[in-house]
Ligand binder design. Structure first.
Ligand code: C5P
Length: 237
């Protein structure tokens, strides 16, 4: 498991302060989302790399458009030097293939994940758009993503094991809604601890509030990384 820290604070300087407090850790992923990227742009990505060149960056922009426009955007994202980004699986198989073909022309490309079902949907809201239940469609989207060359999907921790069973063990799962030690769920509906994340074979637990709302985020990250190491020991037994 590789920890991905959500930089979701309201201002660039608060996000930067958080990243600076974590500069001593080389093995972290930093998630940059809409708000921060729209406001702070490429400069913020560059600043993160300056804070620690080993930070890996996940640009969470969830692309959705016609295939050629998505491929154009993917190409520009790759030029930013980020390590991972995502698209919406519902953009379809042609969009997935077009994006991957375009990126395939580069010597080093970022990892590409597809969002299966947004966790804000309830069953009725999801069915009103997609016509079927969340579990079924998330499984179908994961298979489509796998078959069209993506590296993995964004899903809930509780779907991770089934997705790997339906695709491949190496197909990546990135899962928000993690409360490492059972902290307050906030607005997340289904939350998983790190222990559950291990048993569900999650590759990237995404954690925001439990880290940045902690009075000592760096100490919290240390605890989480130690727990991940312990969990990994359990997994390899
Ligand atoms: O604060 P918390 O740990 O709940 O943050 C989770 C992060 O993952 C947030 O940045 C949220 O926008 C994001 N996310 C999510 N559910 C999804 C996709 C992204 O919670 N399906």
């Amino acid at each position: 498991m590789q920890l991905c820290v959500a930089l979701d604070l309201p201002t660039a300087s608060e996000n930067m302060q958080l990243a600076e407090s974590l500069a001593g850790y080389d093995n972290l992923w930093m998630k940059v989302g809409f708000r921060s990227y729209i406001r702070d742009g490429r400069a913020f990505i560059d600043t993160l790399k300056q804070i620690n060149p080993h930070f890996r960056i996940f640009l969470d922009l969830k692309l959705y458009d016609i295939p050629n426009t998505m491929a154009d955007a993917a190409e520009e994202i790759a030029l930013l030097g980020v390590d991972m980004f995502n698209i919406h699986a519902s953009a379809g198989a042609v969009a997935m293939r077009t994006v991957m073909e375009r990126l395939g022309q580069q010597t080093e490309r970022p990892l590409v994940l597809a969002v299966t079902a947004l966790t804000s949907f309830d069953e009725a809201g999801f069915a009103s758009i997609y016509g079927v239940g969340i579990d079924q469609k998330a499984g179908e989207f994961a298979k489509m993503s796998y078959e069209n060359g993506l590296d993995g999907v964004v899903s809930s921790a509780f779907e991770s094991r089934a997705i790997k069973a339906a695709t491949d063990e190496t197909f990546l799962t990135l899962c928000p809604g993690i409360r490492p030690f059972g902290e307050d769920a906030g607005d997340q509906q289904r939350v998983a601890t790190l222990e559950v994340a291990r048993t569900e074979q999650v590759d990237f637990p995404v954690i925001g509030r439990p880290i940045y709302r902690d009075p000592d985020p760096a100490a919290k990250v240390r605890r989480i990384l130690e727990a991940i190491q312990q969990e990994q020991g359990l997994q390899s037994r």
